[in-house]
Design a protein around this ligand. Sequence first.
Ligand code: FAD
Length: 222
Amino acid sequence: MRMFKAELLAKKAVSPNVIEFTYSRPLNFNYLPGQYISIVVDKITNRSYSLNSPPLNSETISSLVDISPGGKGTTYLKKMAVGGLITFKGPYGHMILPDKLDTYKNLNFIATGTGICPFISIISHLEGADFTGKINLLYSEKYQNDLLGLSNLKIDNIAISLTREEVKGYNYGRVTAYLKKLPREKALFFICGNTRMLLEVIKLLKRDGVKDSKVIYESFYY
Ligand SMILES: Cc1cc2nc3c(=O)[nH]c(=O)nc-3n(C[C@H](O)[C@H](O)[C@H](O)COP(=O)(O)OP(=O)(O)OC[C@H]3O[C@@H](n4cnc5c(N)ncnc54)[C@H](O)[C@@H]3O)c2cc1C
């Protein structure tokens, strides 16, 4: 896999724990919506970050990073000043749109936390594609303040849930409680977030008769 260098152009706090990092897009760096890059942190450490930027017509690339883990990767990024350079490899990842998009009536996205990041890229990209089906999203965060902005995205059906507080206008509880809301007709499911949630959602979908081939997922951490 090729190595690229990119300059950090902007750092913007988008929620109490999440920073959006925007980088210059290296020449010849191409990727598909939903893919991620692997940033070189030191000689023995790399960390993966999904791109939330849509790949077409963009001179920059960006990612949404939850800096709360405070390990090597997030400390490295937190300390990096605008103008600094990152080295990365990529793109990686199979959580991408299928070739025959028009065979689907529903694209169902299920995300927790920064698991929404690759879906922002995919959903933004779909606006320029001729997909005539519905885009449906289940998205969950712990608190209302953690919610990442989705107002620029065209989403047909959206159910946002908070797991640690009850707030008017939002569902309360985990995404698994709202799975039944997602349409099943000619549906493709995308799931992204922590492993525990992924396994639970996959189990429930399977129980409902959804075929493995109709579920695409990426785990960010256990
Ligand atoms: C394919 C892939 C794509 C990813 N994309 C993103 C992304 O777009 N945005 C993003 O913020 N992270 C993303 N991650 C997670 C990221 O790679 C790092 O694991 C994370 O930033 C923590 O790195 P660290 O070195 O600071 O902490 P580590 O020392 O690696 O981890 C410390 C602890 O934090 C937990 N942890 C890791 N990530 C999170 C998180 N997001 N929320 C809560 N706890 C966590 C780990 O399970 C571990 O227990 C992705 C991971 C993978 C595998």
